[in-house]
Write a protein that binds this ligand. Sequence first.
Ligand code: ZN
Ligand code: ZN
Length: 161
Amino acid sequence: MEASVKKFAEEKLTKYLEINNLRKTAERYAILEEIYSNSGHFTIESMYENIMKNNYRVSTGTLYNNMRLFVKLGLVVKHVFKGNKSQYENAHNTVKHDHLVCTECGRMEEFPYTEVQETLNDISSKRGFTMENHILYLHGICRECKIKAEKKNSDKTKKTN
Ligand SMILES: [Zn+2]
Ligand SMILES: [Zn+2]
């Protein structure tokens, strides 16, 4: 990941901590650094393991608190997919893709941001808005669930005939 992206995230955090008179602990920055070194989806548990592997000691409570703060600041995106543990990813990562989420089985599929980029840019610029990042979910029925449902229906009609 480009250094400028990490720097942008750090500056955003610093600004918030200063405005709200919160302590600029090394822990917070270490967690943010770890998140921004990770390019995929992760859970709190896997993040905790990574941080421990890097010989950095933080409690899970500290990790949860900071994740909540990062989500609030738009630095981290939290995904809640049906039947799965909450997944997270750094906000810069989500800029590159969006999500199709199945409301039946909870399966999550990603598609490239380039497919919707133009539309979102148009919406923003028309309103004089400067988009830093975005989160887009398409909720619905995935291909597999649709096939399953169609099969069930055709089985039913066969039986009644
Ligand atoms: Zn994602
Ligand atoms: Zn499904």
